[in-house]
Write a protein that binds this ligand. Structure first.
Ligand code: HEM
Length: 398
């Protein structure tokens, strides 16, 4: 085995171009499939920059998602805390077979066929949120008046979170994902979120309604703590990322008028356009795992116990896989991007996200064909301090 030549002492999140991953990582990826990375607690591990390795490693049983083994890549409040066992039901941080024991409860609920049945309800919610945007402006903040309320109404509605609790819940999740927050505030937000969901699970167990939470509480063998942690994953996975992808996708299209024209004129298929935006923007770029057994990649040995971060934003720009990967090309044929991850933990809500994005973009641009930024592109603030990338707000006129 040869020694890795390059060690990154920290993970760069600073972007010189808003739509592209950090320069340092893109440059490294041109000559390296993986390099050494010092993770936030000082533990030396790896960062994977190559598409094929990323896809293969995410399916490799020698690679673990367990929380008690985890060393995060960013100096986020949570990584400063001691590594703890995975809470019951928090399947995103469990390995097979325990992971599958929880994930199988969602079988059929988030699949393509269920989404077809949901389409008319999603169209209705999109139109309600477009009315809200129309009432607020012009000018109006598309993120706050359209993208966030849309993700919230669909995902919270599905889980069974009452309307009155949705605003503070979204703010609490944002605190949990904010890289600049103190450990105290993140722990407090997590505690509030957990207690709220456990109480709601107890209520739905006693008085079931027509929603996901009620359904799971009626299943044999699941405790309220398990159900609430499963729902925490759906909410924290579904709300902020989907809202961010909606508004960031609109930003990308408004700043790439040639591509927007292709969408408006229906030269490209709406579904293909969504896939390309997902690939190009990769709003949730970092996955972290731990190596359980030595694995050799590109002449280097990843050793048991070492943390491994996969930068989905960088691997989704791999030229060997996508050709002119740094171009946004809405007609690109490949759907093989990794924006939803890969392997057993691949995104549970990906079909729902695709539906929301496809219907959301199409109806937005059909209703407001003259929509444009209300401020110069350079004045749109981005979310450099969140685990989820995107714009903080998106002022638009029409
Ligand atoms: C554009 C929107 C979305 C993106 C880019 C996205 C991205 C991802 C990624 C990359 C993962 C893999 C995590 C890992 O391997 O550790 C993931 C997992 C997950 N996502 Fe999504 N997601 C989106 C929307 C949603 C929605 C709408 C929901 C639910 C309503 C959801 C629920 C989940 C859950 C529960 C997991 C954990 C799956 C598991 O560990 O088995 N996501 N998502």
């Amino acid at each position: 085995m040869t020694e890795a030549e390059i060690t990154l002492t920290s993970l760069s999140t600073t972007r010189s171009r808003v739509l592209d991953p950090p320069d340092e990582l893109i440059e490294l990826a041109a000559g390296h499939r993986l390099v050494r990375l010092v993770h936030a607690d000082g533990r030396l591990g790896w960062i994977v920059l190559n598409y094929r390795d990323a896809s293969r490693l995410l399916k490799d049983p020698r690679v673990s998602s367990r929380q008690d083994l985890r060393h995060g890549p960013l100096p986020h409040a949570r990584v400063r805390r001691r590594m703890e066992p995975t809470p019951p039901g928090f399947f995103m941080r469990l390995d097979p077979p325990e992971h599958g024991r929880y994930r199988r409860h969602f079988a059929g609920l988030f699949g393509g066929r269920s989404m077809s049945r949901l389409e008319s309800a999603v169209i209705h919610q999109v139109d309600v949120c477009l009315d809200r945007l129309a009432e607020a402006g012009p000018p109006a903040d598309l993120a706050g008046e359209f993208a966030e309320p849309l993700a919230s109404s669909v995902v919270c509605g599905m889980v069974g979170v009452p309307e009155r609790d949705r605003t503070w819940l979204a703010a609490t999740i944002a605190t949990m994902l904010d890289l600049t927050e103190t450990a105290e505030r993140v722990v407090a937000a997590e505690g509030k979120f957990r207690r709220y969901l456990e109480d709601l699970a107890g209520l739905r167990r006693r008085e079931p309604a027509d929603d996901l939470m009620s359904m799971l509480t009626q299943r044999q063998g699941l405790t309220d703590a398990e159900v609430s942690n499963m729902m925490q994953l759906v909410l924290s996975g579904g709300l902020e990322i989907t809202a961010s992808m909606l508004s960031f996708g609109v930003f990308a299209l408004l700043t790439r008028p040639d591509q927007l024209r292709r969408l408006l004129s229906k030269e490209v298929d709406d579904g293909a356009a969504v896939e390309e935006l997902l690939r190009f923007l990769t709003v949730s770029p970092l996955l972290t795992r731990t190596v359980l057994d030595d694995i050799d990649v590109d002449g280097q040995r990843m050793r048991a116990g070492e943390p491994m971060t996969i930068h989905l934003g960088v691997v989704n720009r791999d030229r060997a896989q996508f050709g002119a990967a740094d171009d946004l090309d809405l007609g690109r044929p490949s759907r093989e991007h990794l924006a939803f991850g890969d392997g057993p933990h691949t995104c549970l809500g990906q079909h729902l996200a695709r539906l929301l994005l496809r219907v959301g973009y199409r109806r937005l641009f059909d209703r407001f064909p003259g929509i444009r930024l209300a401020v110069p592109e350079s004045e749109v603030a981005t979310r450099n301090e969140s685990v989820i990338y995107g714009v903080k707000s998106l002022p638009v006129i029409w």
